[in-house]
Design a protein around this ligand. Sequence first.
Ligand SMILES: [Ca+2]
Ligand SMILES: [Ca+2]
Length: 86
Amino acid sequence: MPYAFHTHTVTINNADDADADITNELQVLTKSSKTITLSNGGGSVTDETEDPDPDPGNEIQTLSINGLDLSISEGNKVTLPQATSL
Ligand SMILES: [Ca+2]
Ligand SMILES: [Ca+2]
């Protein structure tokens, strides 16, 4: 079966900053309401997350089971039916 090894070298001629200012590439992210914006004309996106309060963790709940009672924290519980044997 014919085959060939090929070696290829890539040279980056302009790896350095193209201007004398080492900080003009720095940008800042800001969020106002649902809009997240990148400074210096970097564009923006809309955060579609629906959370009407500032706490991102207060919606997290935990399921637990005690016997036949299945509960969710900060919520209610249901009683599971007994298993029946055939
Ligand atoms: Ca620069
Ligand atoms: Ca929340």
